[in-house]
Design a protein around this ligand. Structure first.
Ligand SMILES: Cc1ncc(COP(=O)(O)O)c(C=O)c1O
Length: 344
């Protein structure tokens, strides 16, 4: 066991995810893109609230909430936030109450993650047409103050669970991947939102899989701010391990060309979703993993991936979102209604 591995193991975490997640070959998708090998790291199978990357971050973010001092977990997110619903699920697994501040376009029905939030009994305040980070954070802060005044003990998790502690979940994931793949060269592609996953992967690669190239595909922010934020978070995570910052913004690779508008499906994402489903039986969503896979397609087609080096797509989950886009794929395959008696 390495010194840095020991330090990682010494940081408090609460087990929430089903680990290690499998790595699966995607040979038809690889051939489709002209790649020698494409693998999928199945973090959609982490098992909490139908899976996803947030389970790994919450193992570290929620550890301090389990000391007995707190009775409620509060967090924030966009309209179909995976982070919010995984946090609600984690809170319930830990015997705590869950409350969510969400924001975005008005909703008439609770579909996808909003449905799961209702099942978890997560009281939700929904900021109509306002998903600005500052508005969400301010609404969470004032709700926490209300709860404290009522004698409750709320524990707050910031947007996306993207904190130096949360990013350690992906430092540990990189160690897990290194054990699964061995030390050779690899190109790892992942969706980027609030940057904690990318920060953890980039730092984890430095520490456990130095031959890896880590590539973030944005679903929201521009590439420049992503590199700055990921480097800042990675520096914080490194400090938690007793290390100096080990990578600067110029060493974080992020691409933003195919992000479109956050939360809105794109044509390239739709192509990636349909090809992945049809060639590999793999489900992706229009907000995160569909756009990340579209980014992988784009890089492969532009010759920006080395076709001889294995590519690993990190499947970060988010599948419940698909069910809020149920009308976007109506024309994806023929569908014939056959009436009793055989008439169409
Ligand atoms: C399914 C999915 N993939 C990727 C991400 C991006 O992760 P991060 O916020 O750590 O950048 C998120 C974040 O919400 C997500 O829900």
């Amino acid at each position: 066991m390495s010194l840095v591995g020991d330090r990682l193991d010494a940081v408090r975490r609460v087990p929430l995810a089903a680990l290690p997640t499998p790595v699966q070959d995607a040979p038809r998708l690889a051939a489709h893109l002209g790649l020698a090998r494409l693998l999928v790291k199945r973090d959609d199978l982490t098992g909490l609230a139908m899976g996803g990357n947030k389970a790994r971050k919450l193992e570290y973010d929620l550890a301090p909430a389990t000391t007995g001092e707190y009775d409620t977990v509060l967090t924030v997110g966009g309209t179909q936030s995976n982070h919010a619903v995984l946090t609600a699920a984690a809170a319930r697994r830990l015997g705590l109450d869950a409350k969510l501040v969400l924001g975005g376009p008005d909703v008439s029905r609770r579909k996808g993650n909003l449905l799961l939030g209702a099942l978890y009994g997560a009281e939700t305040r929904y900021l109509v047409d306002d998903d600005a980070n500052d508005s969400l954070a301010a609404a969470m802060e004032s709700w926490a103050a209300e709860l404290r005044a009522a004698g409750r003990q709320p524990f707050q998790v910031p947007l996306g669970g993207s904190t130096p502690h949360g990013a350690l979940g992906y430092v540990a994931a990189m160690r897990e991947l290194a054990a699964q793949l061995g030390p050779g060269k690899v190109q790892l592609v992942a969706a980027v939102g609030s940057c904690g996953t990318l920060a953890g992967l980039a730092l984890g690669a430095r520490l456990f899989l130095p031959a890896a190239r880590v590539i973030g595909i944005s679903v929201s922010r521009a590439a420049g701010p992503i590199a700055a934020r990921a480097a800042e978070l990675a520096a914080g995570s490194a400090r938690l391990l007793g290390l100096e910052p080990v990578l600067g913004p110029s060493e974080v690779e992020a691409h933003d060309a195919l992000r479109g508008e956050y939360g809105v499906a794109t044509e390239t994402g739709r192509e990636a979703i349909l090809e992945s489903a049809r060639l590999e039986g793999l489900l992706l969503d229009p907000v995160y993993t569909g756009k990340a896979m579209a980014g992988l397609f784009g890089l492969a087609r532009a010759g920006l991936l080395d076709p001889a080096v294995p590519v690993v797509f990190l499947h970060t989950g988010g599948l419940p979102i698909l069910f809020s886009f149920d009308d976007a794929f109506d024309d994806a395959a023929p569908f014939a209604r056959v009436l009793p008696g055989g008439a169409r």
